[in-house]
Design a protein around this ligand. Structure first.
Ligand SMILES: [Zn+2]
Length: 258
């Protein structure tokens, strides 16, 4: 567990280098963003929180993929928010999400899995007693994706965007072809890039970075999208040591036809 800013902690799981973000609030309450991944890791997270005298009072799910909608009874019976679209998609796609978690990280309490409460509004703030947490919604990578920006510390919890280890994953919807997913992704990047005062970025998979690193990743993601759409070779460092599944995803994105 690393304290990346005062009162903001990031744990990194072994699987997919997945991050969990904890924000300390008033009276020992804390906000838990995307707790992940295995049953043992969620148990360890709950133990760490109780050792520090922290108690989850709100949760946030950045997007409706199985590794971002997990919870454990050890984290308490706490309201877990998502964007309205994210919550709706998580409910609708529940069977597929359950298949995903059962295959990759079995043993979770499925009664708690993907149970999300919609948080409506234009750039709403998560309702809790703690540092302001502003939601930035877009549909890149997954429908109803909601990053969280903490203006007091300049921390941007980006969800599955601006990673140092993953290329942009467009989240192609069934039947989609052409430039639509790339244009949608570019819009999501613009939303994040437009945030003033980012001092630390936390990707859903990968490592935290400072302001310069955030800007570098945005530029790398834009360059990736531009190359895809132009049909050029994508010279992206993140593909050099990429796992087979990531290379397959890259091939699928290249074959989309632009
Ligand atoms: Zn994802």
């Amino acid at each position: 567990m690393d304290e990346i800013a005062p009162g903001v902690f990031v744990a990194t799981a072994e699987m997919y280098v997945t991050t969990t973000t904890i924000v300390a609030g008033a009276d020992g309450g804390c906000l838990v963003i995307d707790p992940a991944v295995t049953v043992a890791e969620l148990d360890a997270l709950a133990s760490w929180l109780s050792e520090r005298g922290l108690r989850p009072v709100a949760g946030w799910s950045t997007h409706p993929h199985w590794d971002h909608v997990l919870w454990s009874s050890a984290l308490g019976d706490t309201v877990r928010y998502a964007t309205p679209r994210g919550a709706e998609v998580a409910a609708r796609e529940r069977p597929g999400l359950i298949s995903g978690v059962e295959e990759a990280a079995p043993g979770h309490d499925l009664a708690l899995f993907a149970r999300l409460t919609p948080l409506a509004g234009d750039r709403p703030e998560i309702p809790w007693r703690g540092p302001r947490a502003v939601v930035l919604a877009h549909d890149a990578h997954a429908p109803g994706h909601g990053a969280v920006f903490l203006p007091d510390t300049g921390v941007l919890v980006a969800g599955d965007m601006v990673s140092d280890i993953e290329i942009p994953l467009l989240g192609i919807e069934p039947g989609e072809t052409g430039a639509v997913p790339a244009v949608r992704y570019r819009h999501g990047l613009d939303v994040l890039a437009g945030v003033d005062g980012v001092r630390v970025v936390v990707p859903g998979h990968g490592h935290a970075g400072d302001t310069a690193e955030f800007r570098r990743r945005v530029a790398a993601d834009v360059a990736y999208l531009d190359a895809l759409r132009a049909g050029r070779d994508v010279g992206d460092d993140r593909l050099t040591a990429a796992a087979p599944w990531l290379l397959a995803e890259h091939d699928r994105q290249r074959a989309l036809g632009y």
